[in-house]
Design a protein around this ligand. Structure first.
Ligand code: SF4
Length: 433
């Protein structure tokens, strides 16, 4: 365990030094890999390559795997049908990665420069420092981050034009002012990593500050029930959307759902209730706090849900009036491009941001002082391991590497914009048995 002695406040300074030398590695690598590193989906190599990207802004060029994991399923068994080199899009042609988030033809127009934004991780599940680092990176990349359902810590307010306010079943910290801040409000009806279960913040993470922002009691476990007990129909959902539009008429509305077998009907109903964004959250994501039994056994794999919803929206004639966003295990640029080829417009990243900040996937996220890197903690000392400015650099570099790879994938497919890739299942091949 000697190598873990370097996990202390000097980490920030040491990583800055590593960054300036052009190779991004957690300082523990000087002493060998940390224990409990990775899993079959986030393999050691994917974690190392993400750290490299977070330090250099480029994918690794030393043979380290950075495209797929070893899950034996999901995005890992899909590949691209790249064209012969002479048919690639020439380097002289610009490639657009931008996507619009409002396709309804009315209301506020919002375009993000990259086909991804940061997903909800609540204050309480992660620290305020992590949330601010993600917001700063979103600012740098003309994209968004999301509050999750833990309320709005004060450090986020200066970035409110880059922050999606989430309204979820626990209604923790949901206030008129935080809805009015938001360019986009997200209703979280379910989370792909724990569909049908809701959320659970253990008492030892509910510090006085967390409790104050969540309008709760310190050191008491907090449950977000499933489902929203005020929503059992499209009409109920419409009332929710009307509530948001009354409080903040300019806000776009996103609806985050997991992937039950009738998710296509849910998506169409959400559109008719007024949603601008349908956010499908598959089961491969979640922090280490999400129960494995839920991740592995409930709901449809996201790679099935995306084409199902895309096709149904097309058959209803409304596909181009709604933005379809996919999340849940989107780790790499390859995952993102595959999700888009299956029918999504863009993706949401969650765990990838944490890995860029040093996460090793050790699965201790639910405990108050369980995260050795100060990410999924609200402990006042431990959270100081992350300097938001350093975190912004790491996440920005990771986003840069993702963008470089997405452009490369589009060039090899002979395309010039990410929008041209949407729904192009003919450009994918199944690698399985
Ligand atoms: S406890 Fe920290 S390092 Fe471990 S999986 Fe959670 S975020 Fe990652």
């Amino acid at each position: 365990m000697d190598e873990l002695k370097v996990i202390n406040p000097n980490v920030t300074r040491k990583s800055r030094e590593a960054l300036s030398h052009g190779f991004a590695v957690w300082p523990t690598l000087e002493y060998g890999l940390p224990p409990a590193m990775g899993d079959f989906r986030w393999t050691e190599e994917l974690i190392l390559s993400t750290w490299h990207m977070a330090g250099t802004g480029r994918p690794p060029e030393n043979g380290l795997e950075y495209r797929v994991g070893r899950s034996g399923g999901g995005f890992d068994v899909l590949d691209f049908k790249f064209l012969p080199q002479e048919q690639w899009t020439p380097e002289t042609k610009p490639i657009s990665l931008a996507i619009p988030l409002n396709r309804r033809g009315e209301g506020r127009e919002i375009e993000i420069s990259v086909p991804f934004y940061g997903g909800g991780m609540s204050y309480g599940s992660v620290s305020e420092q992590v949330m601010v680092a993600r917001a700063k990176a979103a600012e740098a990349w003309n994209t968004f981050t999301c509050t999750g359902e833990g309320g709005y810590p004060p450090g986020l307010v200066p970035y409110k034009h880059r922050v999606i306010t989430q309204v979820a079943t626990g209604m923790f910290g949901v206030r008129e002012e935080t809805i009015q801040y938001a360019p986009i409000v997200e209703f979280k009806y379910a989370q792909g990593a724990k569909p049908g279960l809701g959320g659970h913040l253990l008492g030892d993470k509910t510090t006085a500050t967390v409790a104050a922002i969540r309008e709760s009691v310190p050191w008491v476990s907090l449950f977000s029930p499933f489902p929203f007990h005020s929503v059992y129909s499209v009409e109920d959902h419409r009332k929710h959307v009307d509530w948001i539009k009354t409080v903040n008429p300019a806000a776009l509305v996103s609806v985050k759902v997991s992937t039950p077998h009738d998710v296509d009907m849910v998506a169409v109903g959400s559109y008719y209730a007024g949603a601008h964004i349908i956010h499908l959250d598959g089961s491969y994501g979640g922090t280490g706090a999400a129960p494995e039994i839920a991740k592995k056994n409930i709901a449809m794999p996201v790679e099935f849900a995306i084409p199902k919803v895309h096709g149904y929206l097309e058959s209803e004639g409304i596909r181009d009036e709604v933005t379809l966003i996919a999340s849940g295990g989107v780790r790499t640029a390859d995952d993102m491009a595959k999700a888009i080829a299956l029918g999504a417009d863009g993706c949401v990243i969650g765990t990838g941001d944490l890995v860029a900040l040093g996460c090793t996937r050790c699965s201790n996220c639910e405990r108050g002082r369980g995260c050795p890197f100060g990410l999924t903690t609200t402990d006042p000392e431990l959270q100081l391991l992350v300097d938001p400015e350093w975190g912004m650099e790491r996440i920005s570099n990771y986003y840069n590497a993702l963008s470089v790879q997405l452009e490369d994938i589009l060039r090899r497919l002979g395309l010039t914009s990410i929008g041209e890739l949407r729904g192009r299942r003919d450009l994918l091949v199944y690698k399985g048995e």
